[in-house]
Design a binder for this molecule. Structure first.
Ligand code: FDA
Length: 531
């Protein structure tokens, strides 16, 4: 007699072999389908057997946590030059049961543009990086694979440093992910998010159609400006209105230790950062240095140093800012400065903005606050820093709010974090490249401790979050089977508040079978589960 365990073992083996054979057959079919759809695809297609596969895969995984050998690999990578190649990839993936991960700059905090635990391909838009600036019209068309640093470099070059796009403070971030998730940075108090300025886009939808604003319709155009592009299709390019910047801006980076009154200063910062003139953007970065804590106040001011000193004297005299602390420069130089002020002492080379490599292991979380935390609460934060091993490298970035970003209605675009918020708090850690996995866990634990500690002081019901700081701890879609709107609402309402429901509505219209999906994609309204 056969033992039932052996029988089930044999049947699982048979199923496995069948599955592998079926998968291999599907891959062949996928490749055949591609070659029928596109004459040029073979030039931009990398199979796992290709000698460049690994380097092409790693070329844009900016968070090194997701390039270690344990991470799942795509079956194929496509680096298209032509829209027709993207259309072919969508049609053939759909036909052969493969999922697509779209990658622009590759900075996704959870690596979702490069990994998946179901069979998948990557469409990497690294070759879609053209930028054309129209100074007279004050607009630019930019392809998704360009970085935000490259974009502002080209705009500055064409406009003699007088125009810009309001984007985040990390220049290597890709336009595709950044614009489709919102985009907040040093110009947000003056001008709002990047997505607030988008006026047209070109994308490929689930049917492989090439759409512009008019043909996609206002609902879909609304959704891709902050709702996360990956739920809706592949956005290849964006048209964005440019904003004015003065020919001279001023920056500073002033550190203060506990002995130099860091706590009182940080406390005061909470009361002024969202109320000062909208030309002034002051970030506070809190970190441990040996046996003390440092609060580093770093700033962009849209104007010259004399005006800045007057404003600081009025609003934040306790910092004791002097002319010697400040540097005047062009706006595009300030991007380089704000990104790397710790290392920048002398001249600033703006050509670094043309590079696209960030490449380090990192982890992060975000919170929004609607009122200052009590001064004593900072002491509990310090305790958590001091409990860590000296090598642990976390920091808290207090990102100011107020101004234009809070004047735009919550439902104007999917990015909903507007009036009422006074600052955002970024929990961030990056570390060296040795023992990536081990150090990852240490830093994740530290940030979680800080995040838990902050619970009483941050937004509630929901505790809001920002899709561009993707965080799978706040919830994820079911791995097997559909996810109901209610289930996805757990994380969706944190990112989008009530805009989540409009995003579900758009998703149901444009991708009812949920082809474009990932761990945190918007689900379509599902008749069975959502009744
Ligand atoms: P990536 O290519 O990984 O894409 C991110 C997501 O968007 C993925 O789900 C991907 O599939 C999808 N996607 C990408 N391109 C798409 C396309 N063309 N069509 C459809 N879907 C697409 N943010 C911010 O607002 N302000 C800031 O100051 C910073 N600073 C910052 C610093 C650092 C060091 C990091 C790592 C990140 C930030 N960010 C940020 C967050 C950043 O805006 C966010 O990670 C973006 O989604 C990154 O866009 P990429 O194209 O680089 O990522």
């Amino acid at each position: 007699m056969f033992c039932p365990n052996i029988l089930s073992f044999i049947s699982s083996l048979l199923l496995l072999f069948h599955g592998v054979a079926l998968a291999a057959e599907n891959h062949e079919k996928f490749l055949k389908c591609l070659s029928l759809q596109s004459d040029t695809i073979s030039e931009v297609l990398y199979t796992q057997n290709n000698s460049s596969f690994s380097s092409v895969l790693k070329a844009s995984i900016q968070n090194l946590v997701f390039s270690t050998p344990e991470n799942p690999k795509p079956l194929f990578i496509i680096t298209p030059f032509h829209v027709s190649e993207i259309q072919a990839a969508i049609k053939c993936s759909k036909k052969n049961g493969l999922q697509i991960r779209v990658r622009s700059g590759g900075h996704d905090h959870e690596g979702l543009s490069s990994i998946s635990d179901v069979p998948f391909i990557i469409i990497d838009l690294i070759n879609f990086s053209e930028i054309s600036v129209d100074v007279e019209e004050r607009t630019a068309w930019v392809e998704s694979g360009a970085t935000v640093g490259q974009l502002n470099y080209r705009i500055a070059e064409k406009s003699q440093n007088l125009l810009a796009v309001p984007v985040g403070t990390c220049p290597t971030v890709g336009v595709g992910g950044h614009f489709s998730g919102g985009g907040i940075g040093a110009l947000m108090r003056k001008y709002g998010t990047a997505a607030d300025h988008i006026v047209d886009a070109h994308m490929i939808d689930v049917k492989g159609r090439f759409l512009n604003r008019e043909s996609m319709g206002e609902d879909l155009f609304w959704a891709i400006r902050g709702g996360g592009g990956a739920s809706f299709g592949i956005i290849v390019s964006w048209k964005i209105n440019l904003v004015s910047v003065p020919s001279t801006v001023t920056v500073f980076a002033v550190p203060r230790t506990l002995e130099q009154n860091a706590t009182k200063l940080l406390n005061k910062w909470q009361y002024i950062e969202d109320r000062v003139h909208e030309d002034l953007f002051i970030i506070a970065i809190l970190f441990r240095e040996n046996s003390t804590m440092v609060s580093l106040f770093t700033s962009l001011f849209l104007g010259g140093v004399d005006r800045l000193l007057r404003l600081m004297q009025d609003s934040f005299p306790e910092l004791g800012l002097t002319k010697e602390d400040c540097r005047e420069m062009t706006f595009v130089e300030s991007i380089v400065y704000l990104d790397g002020f710790e290392a920048i002492r002398e001249s600033i080379n703006v050509d670094v903005l043309l590079g696209r490599n960030f490449f380090r292991p990192f982890t992060g979380k975000i919170d929004y606050l609607t009122e200052p935390i009590p001064e004593e609460a900072f002491l509990g934060i310090y305790d958590i820093f001091f409990e860590q091993d000296q090598k642990t490298n976390g920091r808290l970035v207090f990102f100011p709010y107020g101004g234009k970003i809070t004047e735009i209605s919550e439902s104007e675009i999917p990015y909903p974090h507007r009036a009422g918020n006074i600052y955002t708090l970024l929990y961030y850690a990056e570390w060296g490249q040795e023992a990536i996995d081990e150090a990852h866990q240490t830093h994740v634990n530290m940030l979680k401790q800080l995040f838990n500690y902050m619970t009483p002081y941050v937004t509630k019901n929901p505790r809001t979050a920002y899709i561009n700081y993707r965080d799978l701890d706040i919830g994820r879609n079911n791995k097997f089977g559909p996810t109901s709107v209610q289930e996805a609402g757990v994380w969706g309402k944190k990112y989008f508040k009530n805009n989540f429901y409009r995003l579900v509505h758009v998703k149901t219209m444009v991708d009812p079978e949920n082809f474009f999906r990932n761990e945190q994609s918007i689900p379509p309204f599902n008749l069975v589960k959502d009744e």
